[in-house]
Design a protein around this ligand. Structure first.
Ligand code: UD1
Ligand code: UDP
Length: 359
């Protein structure tokens, strides 16, 4: 049988790497598609160099665009690839437009679909990711979940139990494998950061697209920067508005381009706290034991709060939450959700092999 993996955006790459690795170890025939959703070297190629992913067999080169234009371009190109290759299973990751596009195409061609990171729900329909997740899960045959809450969501949506598997978190497989390569000071020294610093990432449309929503976030970050040096690897989505906001003029704020995986997680590992609106970073800080302050009204990853180091904050609560989280840091160290143990890729491969054998 042939498995066709679909990737395209930054968070897909650390999820796909351990799955492809484990399937390769089981002798599975596989092809890797890169849709081209992300294309800058530091948003894409650097992850292939660092994470041991094979070079994509196909790069669709779709690039940026409106949701409809980008999703449509991916669907047209993916249909050709799937018709030519006739995979037995299409494996999709996470909640990005590449995930949704591939699921729609595969479903209509009658090709089985496996979703890695199925069942996460923010219940916030203003997020494009929520739409992508819910539609993908409705279409797919194999629902591979990172946490028990995801299983409960899928069950309540009527998904048959025999399609759902709790497999753990492949993004954490990658993190645990890369730990020996994460130098907590290398990038910090290069950037001239002091011993105590915080890492900030912002790219949610709800935070960075509207200057009126961004202004209170910037004011809150400036308040934290009065107490703690902050480094921001700036996602291309928010770059122009963050530059215009004046945040980078604060003397204790350092902006950089997006960082490669090892540089970024090395910085996170050595940091006093992380302030973010990323999905994956909430999970990685949980495993690294670094306090995480999530600038969002909700999270589709509640285990990072119940088990991990994460707290949801508003611009108004950020400064106090930061002080409290840093003071309480030791209490939260070492608590990791079940099956976030570095073996999710192997479990996914075993379930996949079993699924294909039964067809
Ligand atoms: C996408 C995902 C989001 C994920 C994020 C991870 C969707 C709907 N959103 O958001 O869930 O959290 O990736 O990073 O799929 N751009 C560049 N260079 C690149 C890629 C993008 O400059 O290599 C710029 C372009 O101006 C583009 C904008 O970033 O229009 C947004 O890119 P896009 O992929 O549409 O969405 P993200 O905000 O990156
Ligand atoms: N990441 C990175 N460099 C950066 C910012 C993030 O390598 O400058 C990594 C991060 O550690 C995680 C992944 O990119 O592995 C998460 O991607 P992102 O925050 O873009 O997407 P989300 O998880 O919010 O969908």
């Amino acid at each position: 049988p042939l498995v066709l993996h679909i990737t395209g955006a930054r968070p897909n790459f650390p999820k796909a790497a351990p799955v492809m690795d484990a399937l390769a170890a089981r002798g599975m025939r596989q092809l890797l598609v890169h849709t081209g959703q992300h294309y800058d070297d530091n948003m894409s190629a650097v992850f292939f160099r660092e994470l041991g992913l094979p070079h994509p067999d196909v790069n669709l080169g779709v690039g940026s665009g409106s949701h409809a234009a980008q999703t449509a371009a991916m669907m047209t190109a993916l249909e050709e690839v799937m018709l030519a290759e006739r995979p037995d299973l299409v494996m999709v990751y996470g909640d990005v437009n590449s995930t949704l596009a591939a699921s729609l195409v595969a479903a209509k061609l009658g090709i089985a679909i496996a979703h890695v990171e199925a069942g996460l729900r923010s219940f916030d329909w203003t997020m494009p990711e929520e739409i992508n997740r819910v539609v993908t899960d409705r279409l797919c045959d194999l629902l591979l979940a990172t946490s028990a809450d995801a299983i409960a969501h899928l069950a309540s949506e009527g998904v048959a139990a025999d399609r759902i598997h709790l497999v753990g978190n492949p993004m954490i497989d990658t993190l645990l494998r890369q730990l020996p390569h994460l130098d907590a000071r290398a990038k910090a020294d290069e950037l001239g950061l002091p011993e105590h610093y915080g890492v900030v990432t912002l790219h949610r449309p709800g935070n960075v697209d509207d200057p009126a929503a961004l202004a209170p976030l910037v004011a809150a970050l400036r308040d934290v920067a009065d107490e703690l040096d902050l480094v921001l690897p700036v996602h291309p989505r928010g770059r122009a508005r963050l530059e215009a906001s004046g945040l980078f003029e604060h003397p204790r704020v350092t902006a950089t381009d997006p960082l490669g995986y090892r540089d970024f997680l090395g910085l996170v590992r050595g940091s006093a706290a992380v302030i973010t609106d990323s999905g994956g970073v909430q999970e990685e800080t949980t495993v690294l034991g670094v306090p995480c302050l999530t600038l969002r009204p909700n999270t589709e990853r509640p285990v990072t709060i119940t088990h991990g180091t994460n707290r949801l904050v508003t611009p108004e609560s950020l400064l106090a939450a930061y002080r409290e989280a840093v003071a309480a840091r030791a209490e939260r160290e070492g608590a990791v959700p079940p099956l976030w143990d570095g073996r999710a890729g192997e479990r996914i491969a075993d379930v996949t092999v079993g699924f294909l054998a039964a067809r």
